[in-house]
Design a protein around this ligand. Sequence first.
Ligand code: FRU
Length: 483
Amino acid sequence: HQYQEAYRPQLHFSPGAHWINDPNGMVYIDGSYHLFFQYYPGGTTWGPMHWGHATSKDLVHWKELPIALYPDSLGYIFSGSAVVDSNNTSGFGKDGKYPLVAIFTHHDSKGEKAGTETFQNQSLAYSLDQGQSWTKYAGNPVLKNPGIRDFRDPKVMWYAEQKKWIMTLATKDHITFYSAPDLKNWKKESEFGLTVGAHGGVWECPDLFPLKLNGKTYWVLIVNLNPGGPNGGSATQYFVGHFDGHEFVPVDTRIRWIDYGPDEYAGVTWSNTGSRKLFLGWMSNWNYANEVPTEKWRNAMTIPRELQLRQSDSGILVTSMPAKELYKNAAGMAITLTNVKLNRHLDLSKYTGSLKNQYVLKVNFARIQDCSVHLVSESGDKLTIGFDKAKNRYYIDRTNAGIIDFHKGFAGRFYAPRLTSSKSADLTLVVDKSSIELFADGGLSVMTAIFFPKANLEKLILESQTEVTIQKLQITGLKSIWK
Ligand code: FRU
């Protein structure tokens, strides 16, 4: 593929054509990262859901494969996860081959229209050829709806200590944990979240996994929320706590967000990657995902990110940074400037020329002050990323960054709090044709925003209120992942 359309992401996965939403069934096996996704092959707006499929050997280049799961008599194929069942607990394995098992929600749209409450149920499919072909389990569904309208998005993991699978399920306004020895016979373990966390909308697409901090294991519970995000619409919150195979107990009641920007949603992690935790989100927002001005396809995924725990001034937090594989595609521009005096205005064109390609910009300050980075086009479109010292927050402003009129509220300035009191700061910006991802302070404050400029944003301009010293500034050009 050589995708060249005006807004086609050059660093991010997007489908050749048609609609996508949530990443699904992400699993690493035999050197391949599998990415399934909510897919409607009949159009560029949300419709009867399938699981589309792509794989990557390096988290950078993606190969789109045939559709993995089609809707059937039990309904559309909604979000879910996939696991490597290496002990063949499910019995789906054959001739010494262990199965890959997908656990997903069957969404019965007819039942929904008929007014039942029980139209979402959990089902299985398995593959004996590394995910190339899938067979749905004849005994579906394996977990029946007990009468909860929103009962979906199973994320399953192996809990080795108790030799059982744990399913984390979004059940309307809270999480319900289930366990099963065999992926088929699920029993309820506990509920979590009715009285903690953000509740501006319905809870969706959860994830549960352990991460270590200074040798100690904590459990991270991701819960996507729509609407009710910090900048409106859909967003990803998480909790840090303890899990004993039965119950999740949070360390505190603080509300935490993986990404404060408007355009990261339904983010979850790959399974079977050992202690490395890799996260991917859908790079859009339910507020306008069906209206963004692309023609052939609609929506893309974020850059794969690596999650870690960090003890911060305000508790234990998850940091996200671009997975280091991103830099494998470095090409062309490689600029490093040190001790740059930014005295109100600095046009970087004299170093960069016109920025035709996608790139990563890194900036280090010994002492962060009010400052901003502007990505500007010939036609006057301008995207601004900045820090407001008085309010101690980062922002992205796409008000003047191109086409905004397809949705009221798309234009605007979006904020993320700064979560460290350290004087020094580092910013990493991943810049693609129609998206920007900001990773500040080692990934403590993250924001993703999409934008649709009328012409490429070819100029980089830095601004400050007072004189600011930039310790180091690096620009790394990146090749298109489609070439
Ligand atoms: C989240 C979501 C999931 C659901 C899927 C349907 O974006 O609403 O809860 O399974 O999308 O496409």
